[in-house]
Design a protein around this ligand. Sequence first.
Ligand code: SF4
Length: 147
Amino acid sequence: MRLTKFTDLALRSVMRLAVSGEGDPLTTREVAEAMDVPYTHMAKAVTRLQRLGVVEARRGRGGGLALTGLGRGASVGWLVRELEGEGEVVSCEGDPPCPLRAACRLRRALRDAQEAFYATLDPLTVADLVASPTGPVLIGLVGRPPG
Ligand code: SF4
């Protein structure tokens, strides 16, 4: 199973924000630069995270992005499910649809495997993801403006 680039960017931004101090909010541009990804791609991921209630944007002096309480304690499995959507790992209903789709044992097995993948991530929280050695590396990432 392969995650979309969008989900990966969203997870990267969540991890970076999880190690930001209360008095050290980052802008979307700073997160994008730290993760070495285009600003526009990161902005879309951050918008989605805001809609999920995982990230909030604080305005004004000293403002920036911050994880919400929900975001800090969020299950990684829940987050990945939300970001990936309801899609299956194969396109049985494509154009043209697969003729086996109504009675396919492989489709059932792949659905089970997909669920097992998410279930493995369910017990993990965002806070778990930034424990050492990941957290210190995240803090040390220095953004560089996109070329
Ligand atoms: S063979 Fe089964 S899993 Fe593969 S596309 Fe067809 S219905 Fe889907």
